[in-house]
Design a protein around this ligand. Structure first.
Ligand SMILES: *Cc1c(COP(=O)(O)O)cnc(C)c1O
Length: 375
């Protein structure tokens, strides 16, 4: 008889949910009993709790991380004719949001060591139309915010942080999402802080941006039946807010567990010349939304296939850089670091409760595929 190999997923949320089962159930029951489902007390409480956690003045709960980006851009007054500088190596939503508001994304290549936008390439990409820089803290690692902020200040540009993958991460001790003019977070279920559906938040210290975001998330309306702009139906549900309130107090511990998992990968892969591990710096707190290696000197897809046959799930984030996506391909840009990364990257199983034994068995299959130092 053939027994199916136990397969190890890329992410497993069951331990997290089970550990909070009673509190989550209580949150569901509380919302059901309240009869209040959209923009009620849970959303207000979550907005307060998340802004306290981050140390910002305001938070505005919205429907998704994508909407958080769209509404942030609109709140800054960015629209048709404007350009926003961003990275081509990210999830599609980053550039999509820029396009949705009528502006154009201007891509600049990444630093291959961090997978984040290379600040040295930003200034040459600035034109008369440039309004903002939109860095992404990819895989949970901070973009170079000091350099980005100083370029932005020198040219009078806004900074919008895409923190979808880096909730709880830091740069030089500062929380990610607090260094731009405005920041967009996603609570898609697989993110470091995840809801039970789509959800997102916008944070800012700027009263004007926050006012505009609040107006835009609900049909451009601040007063019932009076709309001052074309907005969106993009509100955070009470149920999602109640769930996020249960999870928020645990995020720091989960991120710490992610770092421990990452450390075990780092040590386990120390003698493997065929891969490049994520960079470790002393001034960023990586929150390892993904543990992403580079496979060098051999075919990444074949490597991935061998892991898959051993029952180990991996993912390629991202196989197609954004400038090669159909909607941007006409521009015929070339960004060698992003293109090379797309061919080499591989994200390994990563979640806070990933057991040491499971991880040991992942490494047992992985290491022999990576070559050995000196061989
Ligand atoms: C997930 C993600 C988004 C979009 O968030 P949604 O909540 O899925 O809309 C935007 N940017 C990045 C980098 C992401 O990873």
């Amino acid at each position: 008889m053939i027994t199916a190999r136990p397969s190890i997923p890329i992410l497993d949320l069951t331990a997290e949910i089970e550990s909070l089962w009673d509190e989550l159930q209580e949150a569901f029951v509380r919302v059901m009993g309240s009869g209040h489902f959209i923009l009620g007390p849970e959303v207000s409480a979550f907005e307060r709790e998340v802004s306290d956690y981050l140390g910002v003045k305001h938070a505005v709960g919205v429907n998704s991380g994508t909407d958080a980006l769209v509404i942030s851009l609109r709140a800054l007054g960015i629209g048709p004719g404007d350009e926003v500088i961003t990275t081509p190596f990210t999830f599609f939503a980053t550039a999509e949001a820029i396009g949705i508001v009528g502006a154009s994304p201007v891509f600049v290549d990444i630093d291959p060591a961090t997978f984040n936008i290379d600040p040295q390439l930003i200034s040459p990409a600035i034109s008369r139309r440039t309004k903002a820089i939109l860095p992404v803290h990819l895989f949970g690692l901070a973009a170079e915010m000091d350099a980005i902020r100083s370029i932005a200040d020198e040219h009078g540009l806004r900074v919008i942080e895409d923190v979808a993958q880096a909730f709880g991460g830091r740069y030089k001790g500062q929380m990610l999402g607090t260094m731009g003019d405005v920041a967009a977070f996603s609570f898609f279920p697989s993110k470091n802080l995840g809801a039970f559906g789509d959800a997102g938040v916008i944070v800012s210290n700027d009263e004007n941006i926050v006012q505009a975001a609040r107006m835009l998330r609900t049909h451009g309306s601040m007063k019932k039946n009076e709309s001052e702009a074309l907005g969106y139906n993009s509100r955070l549900d009470e149920l999602q807010a109640a769930i996020l309130r249960v999870k928020l107090p645990h995020v720091d511990a989960w991120n710490q567990q992610r770092r421990q998992v990452a450390e075990r990968y780092r040590i386990g892969l120390e003698q493997s010349p065929g891969i490049v591990r994520p960079i470790v710096t002393d001034y960023t707190d990586h929150v390892y939304h993904q543990y992403t290696i580079r496979v060098v000197g051999q075919d990444r897809d074949a490597f991935r296939q061998q892991l898959s046959e051993a029952g180990i799930t991996t993912m390629v984030y991202y196989p197609i850089p954004l400038h090669k996506q159909a909607v941007y391909a006409e521009q015929c840009h070339s960004f060698p670091c992003a293109e090379r990364s797309a061919k080499e990257v591989l994200s390994l199983p990563m979640w806070p409760q990933l057991a040491e034994g499971t991880q040991a068995s992942i490494l047992q299959h992985l290491v022999p595929l990576c070559g050995r130092v000196g061989s």
